[in-house]
Design a protein around this ligand. Structure first.
Ligand code: ATP
Ligand code: MG
Length: 332
């Protein structure tokens, strides 16, 4: 296998020493050594050793945060502050316009080339803000970056931070950021809108103020080796103080005709589509819908065809579902 691909693969492996994947990886190291590829085998072992130990360390640190939240869960119905999404569950088959796709690719390429960039005193983009309408791929985009780069993925929910006892959450949030200081991962600050809404939040203003300041401080001070990604659909309410703390602010827009066509094709790939259905026409018809809605429309039409024992999607299936979605949108 190509050396660089092998190294990239190894960077994405994290786990405990007795996990199967880690054992297999150490076998590969031995195999490369036996083949006489001493340098490669050494490099792979170094990557693996680092990942396995830091993963263990992070596990212990995060256990703290989870256990505190879980204890509270039973008392005040709060949620954990952060959750890890396992690699196999990361959503990554995204459909984006060429323009946005290229921006995503650039973030990935810069991260992969971070060591080369460092030789020139340059740094990859590491703090990224996604904004745009609901259901168009902001959270999914963060997962895709983690998937493509091969980093573990953690998601922080601000709603959970706010809804728990604030003072304690501040120190938990700080702990979380401290714990990733030497641990390469993608940390997603989802629903970052809370920062924008904070000025007119009904809760104790002083407490909220402290939380906002703490987040701004953590953003400013962020020097961890991974990526920090925040998402919001309220970009107009974010003030300059927030914007300037990010290396890249990227709008994830609603899909255009070309993307809608690809989304439909992709989602309908497992079901037969009748010849009377012209997906190009439907792509025009569905302009204005979010990517999430288009995926759902296609899925629901597939289901309808199966339930009706036809197992081939025809116009009636698609039109029925689109009408339902349009009515729902008009009623909102
Ligand atoms: N660009 C995309 N390509 C393919 N599927 C997409 C895309 N955007 C959204 N989807 C579909 O919509 C679902 C929801 O997307 P996602 O969670 O990323 O939305 P979001 O922009 O974070 O919305 P919100 O602001 O409501 O959190 C995904 O699981 C996926 O099925
Ligand atoms: Mg989201």
């Amino acid at each position: 296998m190509n050396k660089d691909i092998l190294k990239r693969l190894f960077r994405s492996i994290d786990g405990k020493p007795d996990d199967d994947i880690v054992k297999v990886a150490y076998d590969i190291v031995k195999d490369e050594e036996n083949k006489g590829h001493h340098l490669l085998s050494k490099q792979l072992k170094a990557i693996l050793d680092q990942n396995v130990t830091t993963s263990k360390k992070l596990d212990n640190q995060l256990k703290d945060i989870f256990s505190i939240s879980n204890n509270r869960l039973s008392k005040s119905k709060s949620f954990p502050l952060a959750v890890q999404i396992p690699r196999e569950e990361l959503r990554h088959h995204m459909v984006l316009s060429d323009d946005i796709e290229n921006k995503f690719l650039l973030i990935e390429k810069e991260y992969v080339a971070r060591e080369r960039l460092a030789h020139f005193g340059l740094k990859p983009k590491q703090k990224i803000l996604f904004y745009g309408p609901s259901g168009c791929g902001k959270s999914m985009g963060a997962e895709r970056l983690a998937w493509n780069i091969g980093l573990p993925f953690y998601k922080v929910r601000f709603e959970a931070v706010i809804s728990s006892f604030l003072g304690e959450s501040l120190s938990n949030l700080k702990k979380l950021f401290d714990s990733i200081n030497d641990f390469p991962c993608v940390l997603l600050l989802d629903e970052f809108d809370i920062i924008a809404k904070s000025r007119n939040y009904g809760q104790d203003v002083g407490e909220m103020h402290r939380l906002v300041n703490m987040v701004l401080f953590l953003l400013e001070e962020y020097k961890a080796p991974g990526l920090l990604i925040a998402t919001t659909n309220l970009e107009t309410s974010l003030d300059k103080a927030v914007f300037r703390r990010f290396d890249e602010v990227l709008e994830v827009k609603k899909p255009e005709e070309k993307e809608i066509y690809t989304l439909l094709k992709m989602t309908l790939s497992a079901t037969k589509v009748s010849k009377e259905v012209n997906l190009k026409d439907y792509s025009k018809k569905l302009l204005g819908f979010s990517s999430a809605e288009i995926v759902k429309i296609a899925e629901n039409a597939s289901k309808l065809s199966v339930i009706n024992n036809i197992e081939i999607i025809n116009k009636i299936h698609l039109d029925t579902i689109i009408k339902e979605f349009a009515r729902f949108n008009n009623n909102q």
